[in-house]
Design a protein around this ligand. Structure first.
Ligand code: TYD
Length: 201
């Protein structure tokens, strides 16, 4: 019944390009897909995204986590679960591992607590496959450029913690989480993504 695939990685890792290529590949093969994202897929989520990425006052790490989690709960209940029931392949740009990597490893919040809260927000639903696109700080900074949103402005130490977080998540759940290096051509990376997904079809 459906498939749930999440795309993860630090800012500038190229996952949005890759998720769009995979969506096209699957559609061309006749699969019904849902391309979606966190934060802010649609409706209420769009408002939460606006606050999360653009609010320019103080935001406490706990508050930030709860806003991402609120967006996730709404997204899972109103968009992901219904699509999964319809048998669609859901391609989601960021999900639970972003909160572990950014708020857990990046901001330093307790990982057990974040896992517990993620579990509540998703009612325990886990991705069938998660692809982490691994990128180094220098390449990321070049790609993101000067126009940074609130999260992208957090600096290089924060970036390195997030990157390390993703690698640790992948090491602790090797069956679900696969890492692809972003320092390759778009076409080669796409081929690696397709190979991982074809294993599940
Ligand atoms: P977005 O513009 O979607 O970035 P990207 O194209 O890199 O995915 O912005 C999402 C930002 O929010 C990104 O910097 C990661 C961050 N984020 C968290 O910190 N925690 C989360 O749980 C999620 C979903 C995203």
């Amino acid at each position: 019944m459906g498939l749930f695939i999440t795309f993860e990685g630090a800012d500038g890792c190229g996952k949005t390009t890759q998720i769009e290529l995979l969506d096209k590949y699957l559609k061309d093969k006749g699969y019904e897909t849902l391309l979606t994202r966190e934060p802010g897929a649609r409706g209420l989520g769009v408002k939460l995204r606006e606050i999360l990425l653009n609010y320019d006052g103080d935001v406490s790490p706990n508050c930030e986590s709860f806003l991402f989690l609120a967006d996730r709960a709404q997204h899972v209940d109103c968009i992901i679960k219904p699509a999964k029931k319809e048998g669609k392949i859901i391609l989601c740009d960021r999900h639970t591992d972003s909160t572990v990597a950014y708020q857990g490893y990046g901001r330093g919040l307790d990982l057990k607590r974040i896992n517990y809260l993620n579990d509540i927000a998703t009612s325990g639903m886990k991705p069938d496959l998660t692809i982490v696109f691994d990128i180094d700080a220098e390449t990321s900074m070049q790609r993101v450029g000067k126009e940074k949103d609130r999260m992208e402005s957090a600096g290089i130490d924060f970036f390195n913690k997030v990157r390390q977080g993703y690698l640790e998540i992948a090491a602790s759940e090797p069956n679900r989480v696969k890492v692809i290096s972003s320092s390759d051509t778009i076409e080669n990376i796409h081929k690696k993504v397709v190979a991982l997904v074809e294993n599940l079809l």
